[in-house]
Ligand binder design. Structure first.
Ligand code: AKG
Length: 336
């Protein structure tokens, strides 16, 4: 979908099987201007099929049902295999080159998530959010978020094509830049999201009708990333986004779990996404100012340290983009 400030065709797709000479410039421009870029050409169809089958088995017995942290997988071979997905060297080469001028590093948690947020009508707050949302209530974080030096983002490795069952991520290109503007067109998106949330709470039947049309998405300038199985989306923590919803006809037949924010997609349409994060020290500091402020979350730094130690014990090759030394020698905590 395009509206008058649509940027759909300008978001850079970095194909590792055919890297243009200027891929770094294209990737960083796309990341700065639109809040994301894609990395493609990393996996064959059969590799994706094998991964999906393994995930079907592991999620069948998993509790919790939505997120598996790779560190917690007991089977050593499977654990290494999944670590190798988030540590894909071709993917990390691109990231390392793109963010070469700063102290950016790949960060935990390294996890895989099943059937997250595929609903439009029932998801609280309409599903639209910014991952940095928790930081907005903290003065110091707001300062960091509006700094040109701020780098913190998420990497999603999607194991399905986008389809009528969802499978991808919807985003508002450029909404990462709201922080540098007094009032720019992208801020209208936020206005529509607030309006949409109010409508969802106050006049739910009307919301349910409107959300099924393309009008609101058009006004927000939102797009569905039309990804294919194996594609990677690298996105800024400040970008407005939501899980792509199933089409209205399919959504009608899905059972939505409000507690886990999952829906019962058919097995062959299961949505699997591997996630990890990346950031520089400023972005990471801002992240932890928020996270450590949350009730019951005082141990998150320790879990990052455990994750670094778990990686160190694994038999996988650790890419230079994973700068884990400060986590292992304890100096990481000095950042906060
Ligand atoms: O990847 C998606 O479908 C959306 C994920 C999301 O909203 C999140 O991880 O915050």
């Amino acid at each position: 979908m395009r509206n008058f400030f649509s940027t759909k065709n300008k978001i850079f797709s970095c194909d590792v099987s055919n890297l243009p000479d200027n891929f770094k410039e294209l990737a960083i421009d796309s990341y700065n201007n639109y809040g994301l870029f894609y990395i493609t050409g990393l996996y064959s169809q059969s590799e994706i099929e094998i991964l999906r089958n393994e995930l079907n088995l592991i999620f069948e017995v998993s509790e919790p049902t939505r997120t598996i942290t790779i560190q917690n997988i007991v089977d050593k071979d499977l654990k290494n295999k999944f670590y190798n997905v988030v540590m894909n060297p071709l993917m990390l080469d691109v990231l390392n080159s793109t963010f070469s001028n700063s102290d950016v590093s790949l960060s935990p948690p390294y996890e895989v998530v099943k059937n997250y947020l595929p609903h439009s009508t029932d998801t609280i707050g309409t599903g639209w959010h910014r991952d940095c949302g928790g930081q907005l209530g903290i003065d110091e974080c707001r300062k960091h978020l509006s700094s040109k030096e701020f780098i913190f983002g998420k990497i999603g490795i999607y194991l399905q094509d986008n389809s009528d069952y969802g499978g991808a991520i919807d985003i508002i290109p450029g909404s990462n830049r709201d922080y540098f503007r007094l009032l720019k067109s992208y801020q209208f998106s936020k206005f529509y999201i607030v309006l949409l949330s109010l409508l969802q709470i106050k006049i739910s039947p009307l919301y349910k009708i409107i959300v099924k049309t393309k009008v609101v998405k058009y006004l927000m300038g939102a797009i569905t990333t039309n990804i294919k199985a194996g594609d990677v989306v690298v996105f800024d923590y400040r970008l407005w986004h939501k899980g792509t919803t199933a089409s209205p006809a399919i959504e009608k037949g899905l059972i939505y779990n409000h507690k886990t924010l999952q829906a019962n997609l058919p097995k062959e349409k299961t949505k699997y996404v591997f996630y990890c994060q990346f950031g520089n020290s400023l972005g990471t500091k801002s992240y932890f100012l928020d996270r450590l402020n949350r009730k019951g979350n005082s141990t998150e730094i320790d879990s990052w340290i455990d994750e670094a130690a778990s990686l160190e014990r694994s038999e996988i090759d650790i890419h230079e983009f994973v700068k884990r030394d400060s986590l292992l020698d304890g100096t990481f905590k000095d950042l906060f």
